[in-house]
Design a protein around this ligand. Structure first.
Ligand SMILES: C[S@@+](CC[C@H](N)C(=O)[O-])C[C@H]1O[C@@H](n2cnc3c(N)ncnc32)[C@H](O)[C@@H]1O
Length: 335
């Protein structure tokens, strides 16, 4: 046992594969999956869309530590990927790490299209899913199909996680359309509690809690509604403005000036810690423009040669306006 490679080491190995990201969720999200599985203590996790199994291994780590529960993970496995050892079949990669981690008893991979393979696994999952993870076909048809096929097998009190809910960031719109649809028809909050969460890459996840045993079959939006949804997503029709703004790209225009003369300070470094120390430099007008921020309170460190640095400057990039303009005045070092 002692010389056996740990699951944490295997996860790190998968994390480092050239093909891993961004096709796999980023590490923060994967670790959240580990935590949520550890807390929910599921007996059955069903995952739709595992790619090479990065998210899967995080669910598996929780179950391995809990010493109970199993995962059924479905993927079309239809393309080869670059593993750094040449192009390999995705399923072979996923299976390789499953075996290497000794997860044969916990984890089963199913090859095929999620809605097509359902009859194959139906008896194993019927009304038994404690945690359903949807990260497969992100088209509107694909997400509605997955939800309708698997949701009714989630037990009451169980959870569903949906990845890629912010189309402006991730470029796919199925999950967003589904969530808006559930809200528009009051399925949320009547039958499902739902919380949306931003992620490091901006793609976002939704966590759904099943509250009622009502069977759901969510019909695709009719053509006219679909058109309105599409326009809304394209930003052409600003109805529900507050909601849109919450998800819209917001911009921060930060101007750094000299506290005495009020003249612009160029070359100032603006570092944002929540964006993993992303560093921007002010231009000749003292200006730094940062876009794509999800609304949040952000912490900045601002410094420039000859000036006293300002640390821990909190700027609230709220959802109520799309452009935030902030001026930071730096004081000169006295001698
Ligand atoms: C974004 S990747 C999943 C990433 C994975 N959850 C992770 O974080 O490591 C999406 C996966 O869904 C699979 N997929 C797409 N459509 C599918 C379908 N209809 N049925 C099953 N798998 C599908 C693709 O093959 C791909 O591997």
């Amino acid at each position: 046992m002692s010389n056996q490679i740990s699951l944490a080491e295997i996860i790190e190995e998968v994390h480092q594969l050239p093909c891993s990201h961004p096709a796999s969720v980023n590490i923060d999200v994967a670790q959240y999956y580990y935590c949520i599985a550890k807390m929910l203590r599921p007996l059955l996790v069903v995952e739709i869309g595992c790619f090479i199994g990065f998210s899967t291994l995080h669910f598996a780590k929780a179950l391995q530590e809990l010493s109970f529960g199993r995962i059924i993970s479905i993927d079309a496995f239809d393309h080869k990927v670059d593993t750094g050892r040449g192009m390999q079949n995705r399923q072979d990669v996923a299976e390789y790490y499953r075996k290497k981690a000794g997860l044969e008893d916990i984890l089963t991979y199913i090859k095929g299209y999620s809605t097509v393979v359902y009859p194959e696994i139906k008896n194993q999952i019927k009304n038994k899913i404690d945690l359903l993870y949807i990260d497969g076909d992100h088209s509107v048809n694909g997400v509605f199909g997955d939800f309708n096929t698997y949701y009714n097998d989630v037990r009451v009190g169980g959870y569903v996680i949906i990845h890629d809910i912010y189309p402006e960031m991730c470029g796919v719109r199925g999950p967003r359309v589904l969530i808006d649809h559930l809200k528009a028809y009051r399925t949320v909050p009547n039958d499902i509690e739902l919380i949306e969460m931003p992620t490091r890459d901006g793609f976002g996840i939704a966590v759904l809690h099943k509250k009622s045993d009502k069977n759901l079959n969510i019909l695709l939006p009719e053509a006219s509604r679909m058109k309105r949804i599409k326009n809304k997503l394209l930003g052409k029709m600003p109805f529900f403005p507050a909601k849109i703004r919450q998800r819209a790209k917001v911009a921060l225009q930060l101007t750094v000036i000299d506290g005495d003369t009020e003249s612009p300070v160029s070359g100032a470094k603006v570092i944002c810690r929540q964006r993993y120390n992303e560093t921007r430099t002010s231009n000749e007008k003292g200006l730094v423009v940062i876009e794509n921020y999800l609304p949040n309170r952000y912490l900045f460190d601002i410094s420039s040669e000859g000036y006293v640095p300002q640390s821990d400057v909190v700027i609230d990039i709220s959802a109520d306006k799309l452009l935030h303009q902030v001026t930071i005045a730096l004081k000169k070092h006295c001698c």
